[in-house]
Design a protein around this ligand. Structure first.
Ligand code: ZN
Length: 147
């Protein structure tokens, strides 16, 4: 962490750009947390690096039935720790999203999609993060039913 305060002292000139990036870096390091999650039987375990304050509740036919509260992270911030062999995939509609659920207990912890540029996004069902206080979150409603 030592180089960062040195960069922050240079407020103007060619180093201003570096200063801005350093401040972004400090902010990210400050707010990113590690969250651990699992399915009900414990076969599937995972972790993610993020800051979860807002979650999405979608009213589409799939999300409504499963009662999801979703938080999206880039694939690079998500780690599957165990249970890959226990995951079953469900796809529907345009088949773009892999809804992955545990074949033993049926819990869906997350879904994955990859865009045209090859960037993977993971939608985490925050209800599978046992240490997260869901009552403290801001819930944003997404009208997936009419999307
Ligand atoms: Zn399970």
């Amino acid at each position: 962490m030592k180089p960062v305060p040195n960069l922050l002292q240079k407020a103007t000139g060619p180093d201003a750009h570096a200063r801005v990036w350093a401040s972004v870096y400090v902010r990210l390091m400050h707010t990113m947390k590690t969250y651990n999650g699992s399915c009900h039987c414990g076969a599937v375990t995972f972790s993610l690096e993020s800051e979860i304050e807002k979650v999405i509740e979608c009213n589409c036919s799939h999300c409504a039935r499963k009662g999801f509260l979703l938080h999206f992270v880039p694939g690079t911030q998500f780690t599957l720790l165990s249970g890959e062999e226990n995951l079953t995939e469900y796809r529907f509609n345009k088949m773009h999203i892999a809804h992955l659920f545990c074949k033993t207990c049926g819990v869906q912890c997350f879904g994955k999609a990859t865009n045209q540029e090859g960037v993977e996004t993971v939608a985490v069902n925050v209800r599978t993060l046992p240490d997260l206080d869901i009552s403290a979150l801001t819930i944003e409603h997404f009208d997936g039913k009419n999307y």
